[in-house]
Design a protein around this ligand. Structure first.
Ligand code: MN
Length: 251
C-alpha cells in the first residue's frame, strides 16, 4: 500500500523570516503520513484543519475525496533555524476508500505504544497495527503496521510480519543489519516476501522505521498529487479542483 517515501535527511537550515515549505496543493485518493524526527512542521488545509508536529510525532492525514493543504516549517522554528529531519510516506487507499471524507490523526510520540524490547536495551514505538505484542493508536483503512525501533548499541531484536505483506525498513539514524545484510544509515531496505521473521541489529545503535502492509493489488494511475485507479478518475480530480470541490486555501 506504500506508493512513495519522501525522505529529508538531517539538514541544518539557516534562520529565515519568510515562510519555507510547500504552498497550497491538492491531494486525492491516498494518505500523507508525515513523520518528524528533528524540527517542526506546520500544516493548514481547506477544511479548516491544521496543526504542528515536532520531534517523534506523526501526522496521519487521509486526503480521501480531496483537500487543499500547505506544509511549512513551523514559524518559530523557521525564524530560529536549526536541524530538520523528516519523512513523508504516501499510503495508497483501495478503490472502496478513495473517496472517504478527509481525516486527520495527529499521533504524538507520547501517544504511541511504547515497548521495551527483549534485548533489555532497545525499545519500540508502535504507530499503527501491531508489533512486539503492542497495538499502535493510529487507525488505517487497510491492515498496516508502522513502528519506530530504537536499537541500542549492540542491540538485537526479532519480530514477525505476515509473509504476503510488503515490508520496508528505513534506516533513519545509525548503521544497522537486517537479516544479516548491511542496512546503512539513510537507506531503505525493501524486504522480499519470503518469510515472516525480521532480525535487526546494530553495533553502534540505530533508529529504524518499519513499514509493513497488506498489498492492495489494484491498478494504480498516479498523476502529481492524485493517486487513483483509472485515468478518468485523474481527469475528474482536476475538474473537481477547478470546480472548487476541494475547498479554498489562501497562501
Ligand atoms: Mn502535500
Amino acid at each position: 500500500p506504500f506508493f512513495l517515501l519522501d525522505y529529508g535527511a538531517l539538514t541544518e537550515f539557516p534562520p529565515r523570516e519568510e515562510p519555507f515549505g510547500v504552498g497550497p496543493h491538492p491531494h486525492r485518493g491516498f494518505e500523507t503520513v508525515t513523520i518528524a524526527y528533528k524540527g517542526k512542521v506546520e500544516h493548514h488545509d481547506s477544511r479548516g484543519g491544521g496543526g504542528i508536529i515536532g520531534e517523534g510525532d506523526v501526522q496521519w492525514m487521509t486526503a480521501g475525496s480531496g483537500v487543499l493543504h500547505k506544509e511549512y516549517h513551523e514559524k518559530e522554528f523557521a525564524r530560529k533555524g536549526g536541524v530538520f529531519h523528516m519523512a513523508q510516506l504516501w499510503v495508497n487507499l483501495p478503490a472502496r476508500h478513495k473517496m472517504e471524507a478527509p481525516r486527520y490523526q495527529p499521533i504524538t510520540r507520547a501517544e504511541m505504544a511504547q515497548v521495551p524490547l527483549p534485548d533489555g536495551r532497545s525499545q519500540a514505538r508502535v504507530i499503527t497495527g501491531e508489533l512486539f505484542g503492542a497495538k499502535g493508536p493510529g487507525r488505517t483503512w487497510t491492515p498496516i503496521t508502522t513502528a519506530v525501533i530504537e536499537l541500542a548499541a549492540g542491540g538485537l531484536v526479532r519480530f514477525e510480519l505476515p509473509r504476503d505483506w510488503n515490508t520496508a525498513v528505513l534506516v533513519v539514524e545509525g548503521d544497522a543489519e537486517l537479516n544479516g545484510s548491511a542496512a546503512p544509515a539513510h537507506h531503505l531496505a525493501v524486504l522480499a516476501n519470503d518469510g515472516e521473521v525480521v532480525e535487526a541489529g546494530s553495533t553502534e545503535g540505530a533508529t529504524l522505521l518499519v513499514l509493513s502492509g497488506e498489498p492492495l493489488n489494484e491498478p494504480i494511475v498516479a498523476y502529481g498529487p492524485f493517486l487513483m485507479n483509472t485515468e478518468e478518475e485523474i481527469h475528474q480530480a482536476f475538474a473537481d479542483v477547478r470546480a472548487g470541490k476541494f475547498g479554498v486555501l489562501e497562501d
